[in-house]
Design a protein around this ligand. Structure first.
Ligand SMILES: [Zn+2]
Length: 333
């Protein structure tokens, strides 16, 4: 069996709140005078079980970690600790995403949340220098009915920190409840400010959600697996080299697929689509990027060449402005 390399890995789709480690959750609870939960009770709060029904059910696992990440110190520490964990797992680069508007329960502004996250990135960089992994932040706008102003503010925060830790924007949340088309003005503003963005689409909702994201100017699609329901869309994605950020275990958790053998990795690759393999939520789904790649290799009999292609796809799909930097990511492998 093919063994996925232990180095040179990249995660382009990983949520900060859904990847908060159990140990750090306990530390953050203790340091903030909150009830410290442990063992099975902690796991049940932060990780899905096989009984998870759908995306909306999956999203309830974010409430607890988010409640712990409502101070600048907690946000900064969460970013810093996640980078250390990713580096220990063989990652050379990651784009960590979070929604600044969800960190205002105790009075922080979106700007201060982003500044704190950038602080975590800088702390990691200053400690590790050129030896450490590279990383950037993606700011998520949120699907919802009455948060247009908050989403516009997220775009402004991305503009302020763009190139200084922030590399792009995203749209996250309950796709089936709040269709992509509702968020046109948010991404029009992002486009005007030349901030690249990805959009969660074609996961809980169908191909029209992906078409909308592309119409808005999305450079990548989060998940996007349901593009296969539309042949024209598949051809468009392949021809225009639009990367899909696949997160296989997460899609199993949310019951988009019921068995991993149904996962359409080979169909997407054979169609010539630039697919990348990512974790989505390291804690909620209980995965690492290497384990996800290994799962794909084991399930579909991938060889060294296919795994190499997936890793190159990730390097090519990074939201790095600098072409030299992308080249460097490939050289490291
Ligand atoms: Zn996601």
């Amino acid at each position: 069996m093919m063994r996925v390399p232990k180095e040179g890995l990249i995660d382009l789709h990983v949520h900060l709140d859904g990847s908060l480690g159990f140990d750090l959750a306990q530390k953050l609870a203790a340091s903030q005078g909150m009830e410290v939960i442990s063992g099975e009770a902690l796991r049940a709060r932060m990780q899905v079980t096989e009984n998870c029904r759908n995306l909306n059910d999956y999203l309830t696992k974010f409430d607890y970690p988010l409640s712990l990440m409502q101070t600048e110190e907690a946000v900064k520490t969460s970013v810093y600790e996640l980078l250390k964990i990713q580096a220990s797992q063989g990652l050379v680069y990651s784009e960590i995403r979070f929604a600044p508007q969800l960190h205002r329960q105790r009075g922080l502004t979106q700007r201060s949340v982003v500044a704190a996250a950038v602080g975590g990135l800088e702390k990691y960089r200053s400690e590790t220098g050129a030896e450490g992994m590279a990383a950037n932040l993606i700011l998520c706008c949120m699907r919802g009915g009455d948060n247009r102003d908050e989403n516009m503010e997220t775009v402004s925060a991305a503009e302020e920190f763009f190139g200084r830790g922030v590399c792009g924007l995203d749209l996250a949340g309950a796709e089936a409840l709040f269709p992509t088309g509702n968020f046109e003005d948010v991404f029009k503003l992002a486009g005007e400010k030349n901030i690249p963005f990805t959009i969660h689409a074609g996961e809980a909702d169908g191909p029209e959600s992906i078409w909308k994201a592309l119409e808005f100017g999305a450079k990548r699609i989060g998940h996007g697996v349901r593009c296969l329901e539309d042949g024209e869309l598949v051809r468009y994605l392949a021809e225009n080299k639009i990367p899909l950020e696949l997160c296989p275990t997460s899609n199993m958790n949310t019951k988009i697929f019921h068995h991993i053998s149904e996962y359409p990795l080979l169909r997407l690759m054979d169609a010539g689509i630039r697919v990348t393999v990512n974790t989505d939520n390291m804690t909620v789904s209980g995965v690492t990027v290497r384990e996800e790649l290994q799962l794909m290799a084991d399930t579909f009999g991938l060889g060294e060449q296919e795994i190499g292609q997936l890793l190159r796809n990730s390097a090519d799909s990074a939201f790095l402005a600098d072409a030299d930097e992308k080249q460097r990511l490939k050289m490291k492998k």
